[in-house]
Write a protein that binds this ligand. Structure first.
Ligand SMILES: [Zn+2]
Length: 69
């Protein structure tokens, strides 16, 4: 089966997780990893926010959200 990148049409090997040409995630696993990375970045950002906010209500909301994830 011939694989090409959906983004840049580069020829791909099915073992590849990312397009070597444009970096588009190719496998479901890679796509999942990308999503996780984004989620973690969001959580990390929220965690950092708790360091700067002095509003206790907002702090609680953020902490609850982080704990759930
Ligand atoms: Zn590509």
């Amino acid at each position: 089966m011939e694989l090409t990148c959906s983004k840049c049409n580069a020829e791909l090997n099915e073992k590849m997780n990312y397009c070597p040409n444009c970096g588009e995630p190719l496998s479901l696993l890679a796509k999942k990893r990308e999503t996780l990375k984004h989620d973690n970045a969001g959580l990390e950002m929220l965690a950092k926010l708790t360091l700067y906010t002095k509003n206790p209500e907002l702090l609680k909301i953020i902490k609850d959200f982080v704990d759930k994830n």
